[in-house]
Design a protein around this ligand. Structure first.
Ligand SMILES: C[S@@+](CC[C@H](N)C(=O)[O-])C[C@H]1O[C@@H](n2cnc3c(N)ncnc32)[C@H](O)[C@@H]1O
Length: 532
């Protein structure tokens, strides 16, 4: 399986922000930046969690004094990409069933044992946590459960003084990247005094050990040809736009910090691939919390869990305060699902990280296609109005994995485009379990409903078949995966060559996964009694 490059939408997930505790020490004192980029399409941001009980009984109060300074020089020029979702701009795959190395020796020396963890004051001490850092063949570092973990269980908490954050907004990637360079001694002082900010040794050790020089999945690491290899026009278009935005961010960071452009690109890349969007904090870089890999969760699964448990969180991460006298503030990670001992503890990066394949780029494109394919001559104007004014008008017109119900938004919109004038006033919003959000539905009588749904599925199948015919066959992707795996196993002659192979491999897995989602849709739609 795969995950579509999630260009634009974590519910409030990975997205980023300001200077480290440093920057943040002051942020904490002055009141944290208001979370601006909170809820996306139907999701609500987390409320701050208040952590009760003994989990944070021992608090190491290491205080550093630095002041936050906004990156004033970063222009707020109009941007094509969504500011909430920097970390969404990565191409990642659903964790493969591969086993991590069993040995700490495969970890960077600075990450072995728990010394850096305790230097940062992460809680609880690594030895009493349920986590063990390991290296995975296809996705770098990640956490493994040392014992069974329950859904909702606290995994680790980073003191707020040790995170970097920037207010959410169009420049949050640039601001956070600049703050990262500042704590590494490569940018101006946070307090505005002359000279460079002194190196924060702990952050320097951590980034040196944990941050890859060029993250394989990041939009910024990919050149135009790499991106075009993803084949799907909507994905290619979004990634190109986001890459352009990030390149501009790197230039802004260079102008502000005076650091070389390649360092600024590295910092923006780090932000894009490792930061979190949090309602109270903005865009956040949090040591050790950024080592969880992605396991996508479809909106419908999230909605079902939320229906059963109103406390089920939007994201695995949240701002938390310890109750009691010390009133410590934390960046807290919780498990979104039960994990058995020995299994990887992964998190869902956000709403946009589930696999889905966009079929239409807009409601206007959808109604035009429906009119052409069905031969309907009724005016599409009132239908377009309904589609564009619906609560979830921004939801992607996409085929999603997980049965036809998961694609209910796409299919219902097509139904609205098809429905006769007489039934138009009956269109209303209904909750779709499969989609995980409300969709439009014409209130046609049951005897006509079956015929309408049959026609919708036939038309949708025609469109999907057409989309598939414009793509290379899946067998070519399988060949590419085999070829790149063999070459990687044999060892590339250079680091650059290895990175290129990894990008080719990831692109092929992405294409294969997306085509699989479309093919599965066609199979389901051709079943005798398809339902959605
Ligand atoms: C926040 S970091 C997670 C820690 C990372 N594995 C590391 O070694 O630092 C996010 C990066 O991990 C990799 N990653 C995360 N989840 C993945 C997945 N399901 N499949 C492949 N790579 C993944 C991608 O390179 C992504 O940009």
């Amino acid at each position: 399986m795969f995950v579509a490059p999630a260009i634009a939408q974590p519910p409030a997930p990975l997205a980023p922000p300001s200077a480290p505790a440093a920057a943040r020490g002051a942020a904490e004192a002055r009141g944290l930046p208001a979370g601006a980029g909170a809820a996306a399409s139907g999701f609500r941001p987390c409320a701050a969690a208040v952590v009760t009980g003994g989990f944070f009984a021992v608090v190491e109060a290491r205080r550093r004094h630095r002041r936050q300074r906004r990156l004033h020089d970063v222009a707020a020029a109009g941007r094509g990409a969504c500011a909430r979702c920097a970390a969404g701009a990565t191409v990642v795959a659903e964790p493969a069933e591969d086993s991590p190395s069993q040995d700490e020796v495969d970890l960077p020396p600075a990450l072995r044992g728990g010394s850096l963890w305790s230097e940062f004051g992460v809680h609880p001490p690594l030895g009493s946590s349920a986590l063990q850092l390991r290296r995975f063949p296809d996705r770098g570092l990640g956490w493994v459960a040392t014992r069974d973990i329950e859904e909702g269980e606290a995994l680790l908490a980073v003191p707020l003084k040790d995170i970097l954050c920037a207010p959410m907004g169009p420049d949050s990637e640039a601001e956070l990247a600049a703050a990262l360079l500042q704590v590494l001694g490569e940018g101006p002082r946070f307090d505005g005094s002359p000279g460079k900010e002194p190196v924060d040794e702990i952050w320097s050790k951590y980034t040196g050990a944990a941050f890859p020089s060029a993250p394989a999945g990041a939009a910024l690491t990919w050149n135009e040809a790499d991106i075009e290899a993803l084949e799907f026009p909507s994905v290619v278009g979004q990634l190109k736009a986001y890459r352009a935005h990030l390149l501009q961010s790197a230039e802004q960071v260079a102008a502000f910090t005076g650091a070389p452009l390649d360092r600024c690109t590295w910092a923006v890349n780090a932000v894009v691939t490792r930061s979190f969007g949090e309602d109270h904090l903005g865009r956040v870089l949090a040591p050790f919390a950024d080592l969880f890999n992605d396991r996508p969760m479809a909106p419908a699964i999230w909605a079902a869990k939320r229906a059963m448990n109103p406390e089920y969180p939007v994201t695995a991460w949240t701002f938390a305060e310890t109750d009691g006298e010390d009133g410590q503030k934390w960046f807290l990670m919780r498990s979104m699902a039960p994990v058995a001992v020995g299994q990887e503890v992964a998190i869902c990066y956000g709403e946009g990280s589930h696999a889905e394949v966009h079929v239409f780029s807009s409601p206007a494109e959808l109604v035009e296609a429906v009119a052409n394919l069905s031969g309907r001559t009724h005016s599409m104007e009132p239908r377009l109005e309904l589609l564009t004014n619906a609560t979830n008008a921004a939801a992607p017109l996409a085929v999603r994995p997980g049965g036809l119900g998961a694609s209910a938004h796409l299919l219902s919109c097509m139904e609205v485009a098809l429905v006769d004038d007489v039934d138009l006033p009956s269109v209303r919003e209904v909750w779709s379990i499969g989609a995980g959000h409300a969709v439009l539905q014409p209130g046609v009588p049951e005897d006509r409903r079956a015929a309408l749904r049959k026609e919708v599925l036939e038309l949708a199948s025609q469109v999907v078949t057409q989309r598939l015919s414009e793509l290379t066959p899946a067998s070519a992707d399988e060949d590419e995966i085999r070829d790149t795996e063999a070459k990687l196993a044999a060892g590339a002659e250079s680091e650059d060559g290895e990175e290129r192979l990894r990008r080719r491999h990831l692109a092929a897995r992405f294409r294969l996964g997306a085509k699989g989602v479309l093919s599965q849709f066609l199979r389901r739609a051709a079943e005798d009694e398809p339902t959605f």
